[in-house]
Write a protein that binds this ligand. Structure first.
Ligand SMILES: [Zn+2]
Ligand SMILES: [Zn+2]
Length: 173
């Protein structure tokens, strides 16, 4: 399986390459990293200072032919949720993650590239799990497919896909 990783905004190169490496290790998905692009302004909500995640997915679906994982530095929200770390088309070909709230500086902490990379990798694997394999949220709190409501949830879970999810995805060790 192949996938295109498209940065929207200023995304550190190490974040993108770490995501690419982990997608290969976890899912045997091979990816190319594209040149950075900008998100269409019409999906920006100026009152919330956030982009509408479902509209970004529609945009990606229109704009790209194959599988795409968008990585943005802009904050995202969806329907009833104040924010989302990411969103994906289930069993589809488009997904998006935002590194905005994965960056320690968002919580007035010192910049920590290693931590940012760890978090981005987890959220990318999570969304690609929904998109490429139709995986649903996993009850195992250590599994990367467990739902993250807060940054503490992101830090708590591992970047590993649990055995049960691997089986559902048709992947075996
Ligand atoms: Zn999810
Ligand atoms: Zn799992």
């Amino acid at each position: 399986m192949r996938l295109q990783i498209v940065p929207f905004g200023e995304i550190p190169t190490e974040v993108l390459s770490a995501i690419s490496e982990e997608l290969e290790l976890s899912f045997r998905i091979f990816s190319d990293i594209s040149e950075p692009k900008g998100l269409p302004k019409e999906y920006y909500n100026p009152y919330r200072h956030q982009y509408v995640a479902p509209q970004i997915l529609d945009f990606l679906f229109e704009e790209f032919k194959g599988r795409v994982l968008a990585v943005t530095d802009q904050d995202l929200f969806a329907e009833d949720l104040n924010f989302v770390f990411g969103q994906a088309q289930m069993n589809g070909r488009v997904a998006v993650i935002s590194i905005c709230r994965l960056n320690p500086t968002f919580y007035r902490q010192a910049f920590n590239k290693k931590l940012l990379i760890e978090r981005a990798v987890k959220e990318a694997v999570h969304e690609v799990g929904h998109m490429a394999f139709g995986l649903t949220h996993c009850p195992d709190p250590n599994c990367v497919m467990s739902f993250s409501n807060t940054i503490f949830d992101v830090d708590r879970k591992s970047k590993e896909v649990c055995k049960s999810c691997k089986r559902k995805a048709g992947l075996f060790d």
